[in-house]
Design a protein around this ligand. Structure first.
Ligand code: AMP
Ligand code: MG
Length: 487
C-alpha cells in the first residue's frame, strides 16, 4: 500500500491569512482515549486508511494527543449574532488540525471539536460531552444521506475524562470534516476588528477556495455575495423540504460554503407545523421551522454589511448594491423551494397554480396534524394510510385536484412515483429514535442501535423493508420534545 495516500496529508492554507484571523493552539491531551465510532467510507474518500485510523496512533490524533505530520493546529477567530446580539466568539472548544488534501485533490478542513480550551473559550471548559457529539454525528451523516450539503463526522473518541454540565458526563471529541469553517461570522469579525486589507484577504481566500470560477472577474465581491446568497437560499430550501430545524441559526453557525454546520439543538419535525421549535433556549421561536427562510435573509444581510467596504468605495452606493442583492433572496429561495415541492409531488412541469396546490396541502397537514415525512411517503407509495387527514373530505378534494394536475403532464404514473422516491425520504432521524440510539450508546455502551440506524439513514430514499420501523412515530406524550445546545 502506498503510505503517502493512506495517511494524513495536511496543508495549512488558512495560515497565509493575516494573523488576526486565528491563534496557534494545540489541543489539550486527554487521559485515556477510546474510539467509539468511525466513518469508514468518509475516511476512504479522504484518502485515509481505516486500519491506520483505528490504531493507537490514529486514535491519538482524533483526540488531540498526537499531532500528525504537517498539521499546524489553530483556533479560528470569528464573531456572530447570537439570537440577534453581536458578540466576539471564535473556536472556544475546537481546533483546526489543517486541511486534508485528498487523493483527488480536494481540500477539507479537519477539526477536533471538544479538544480543550483556547484563547476564545471565555468561561467555557473547551470540552464536549459524548451524547451531543454522537448526536452531531448521527444528524450530520443523516443530512449527507439526504443529499443536503453539510459538514461531516469522521469519528467520535471518548477522552476518559468527565465534563461537568448539569450532571457529570463522559467527555468526547468529534472529528468534523468541512469544505471549510469560514462563517458569515468570520467576515463579521474581519469587518469589525480587522482592516479593509484583512477583509479583502479573507474574501479573496474564500473566493479562491469556494468560488474559483469567478476569481478574475472585475466585480468579484459582488458576484461572491450573490453566490453565497444563492447557496444559502438553496440550502435552506432543502432544510424546509425535509423538515429539518437547525435550531440555532446564529450568523456564526452559517457557512459561506453553503454547508449546514453546528448541530446543536437541531431536530426534524414530525407533525407539520411552521411554529415548531425544539430548542429549549429559543423561547420566542426566532428559529422556528417556518422562520428559517427569513432568518436566512437576515443573516445574509449581516454578511452583506460585512462586505460593504469591498462592494463600493462610496458607502451609500455599497449599501444600495447590497440591498439590491438581498432583495433577490426570497425570489431565489422560493424558486428552489417550489421546484423541490413540485418534485415531492411528482410534478414535472410548471403551472401557475402549483404554489397554491402545495400551500393548500400544507394547510391541511397543519390542520390535521399530519406527519410531514410520512404524508409524502404515503403519496410516494401510492397508499393513503396512517394519517387522519386522508379520510377528510377537504383532503379528498385536494387529492383529486392533485391527481388532475398530474394527468395534465405526459409522464406515466410509474415514472412519477419513481421520481417521487428520489425526493421524499422514507426515513429521517426522528427524535425518539435518535434518543434511543444515544441512550444505548451513552448509558449502556451499546453502539449497535446507533450503527444500524446510521446504515438506514445513509440511504433514506431506498424504501427498504428494514427501514419501515423508522417510520413509526413516538408514543404521544405531554412533554414536548426539547433539545439543548450541544455544550
Ligand atoms: P455554539 O453554540 O456551539 O455555536 O457555540 C457558540 C460559541 O461558544 C463558540 O464560540 C464556541 O466555541 C463556544 N463554546 C461552546 N461551548 C463551549 C465550551 N464548552 N467551552 C468553550 N467554548 C464553548
Ligand atoms: Mg457554533
Amino acid at each position: 500500500m502506498n503510505r503517502e495516500k493512506t495517511h494524513w496529508n495536511f496543508d495549512n492554507s488558512y495560515q497565509v491569512l493575516p494573523k488576526i484571523l486565528f491563534k496557534n493552539q494545540t489541543p489539550t491531551p486527554v487521559k485515556s482515549p477510546e474510539l467509539i465510532v468511525m466513518n469508514g467510507s468518509l475516511a476512504e474518500t479522504l484518502g485515509l486508511s481505516v486500519e491506520h485510523l483505528q490504531s493507537e496512533e490514529g486514535i491519538n490524533v482524533f483526540v488531540g494527543n498526537q499531532i500528525p505530520e504537517n498539521s499546524v493546529p489553530i483556533a479560528q477567530a470569528y464573531a456572530g449574532h447570537q439570537f440577534g446580539h453581536f458578540a466576539m466568539l471564535g473556536d472556544g472548544r475546537a481546533v483546526l488540525l489543517g486541511e486534508q488534501i485528498t487523493p483527488d485533490n480536494r481540500r477539507y478542513d479537519i477539526q477536533l471539536k471538544g479538544s480543550g480550551r483556547t484563547p476564545f473559550s471565555r468561561g467555557g471548559d473547551g470540552r464536549a460531552a459524548l451524547g451531543p457529539m454522537l448526536r452531531e454525528y448521527i444528524i450530520s451523516e443523516a443530512m449527507h444521506g439526504l443529499g443536503i450539503p453539510t459538514t461531516r463526522s469522521l469519528a467520535v473518541v471518548t477522552t476518559g475524562e468527565p465534563v461537568y454540565r448539569e450532571t457529570i458526563l463522559p467527555g468526547a471529541v468529534l472529528t468534523r470534516v468541512a469544505s471549510s469553517h469560514i462563517r458569515v461570522g468570520t467576515f463579521q469579525y474581519a469587518a469589525n476588528w480587522g482592516s479593509r486589507d484583512v477583509l479583502q484577504n479573507l474574501a479573496d481566500y474564500t473566493i479562491d477556495r469556494h468560488y474559483p470560477e469567478f476569481e478574475n472577474q472585475d466585480n468579484r465581491y459582488l458576484t461572491f455575495l450573490r453566490r453565497v446568497i444563492e447557496r444559502q437560499a438553496k440550502l435552506i430550501s432543502k432544510w424546509q423540504l425535509v423538515g429539518f430545524i437547525h435550531g440555532v441559526m446564529n450568523t456564526d453557525n452559517m457557512t459561506v460554503s453553503g454547508e449546514t454546520i453546528d448541530y446543536g439543538p437541531c431536530a426534524f419535525m414530525d407533525q407539520y407545523d411552521p411554529a415548531t421549535v425544539f430548542s429549549s433556549i429559543d423561547r420566542e421561536g426566532r428559529y422556528a421551522y417556518g422562520n428559517q427562510p427569513s432568518i436566512g435573509a437576515w443573516n445574509l444581510a449581516r454578511f452583506a454589511e460585512a462586505l460593504l467596504p469591498l462592494l463600493n468605495e462610496n458607502q451609500e452606493k455599497a449599501i444600495e448594491i447590497a440591498e439590491g442583492e438581498i432583495a433577490q433572496y426570497f425570489t431565489i429561495y422560493n424558486q428552489y423551494w417550489l421546484a423541490g415541492m413540485r418534485a415531492k409531488l411528482g410534478i414535472m412541469n410548471e403551472e401557475p397554480d402549483d404554489e397554491a396546490l402545495v400551500n393548500d396541502l400544507l394547510q391541511l397537514m397543519q390542520e390535521y396534524k399530519s406527519d410531514y415525512t410520512n404524508t409524502f411517503r404515503s403519496f410516494t407509495l401510492d397508499k393513503l394510510e396512517g394519517e387522519k387527514m386522508f379520510s377528510k373530505e377537504e383532503f379528498k378534494k385536494w387529492y383529486k385536484r392533485w391527481q388532475e394536475r398530474l394527468s395534465r403532464q405526459k409522464e406515466p404514473k410509474e415514472e412519477v412515483l419513481k421520481s417521487m422516491r428520489n425526493h421524499n425520504p422514507a426515513i429521517i432521524p426522528r427524535n425518539h429514535q435518535v434518543e434511543e440510539a444515544l441512550n444505548a450508546a451513552v448509558e449502556k455502551g451499546d453502539m449497535s442501535v446507533m450503527n444500524v440506524f446510521l446504515d438506514a439513514l445513509a440511504k433514506p430514499y431506498s424504501y427498504t423493508k428494514e427501514q419501515e420501523k423508522y417510520c413509526q412515530l413516538p408514543t404521544p406524550s405531554n412533554q414536548p420534545y426539547q433539545t439543548f445546545c450541544g455544550t
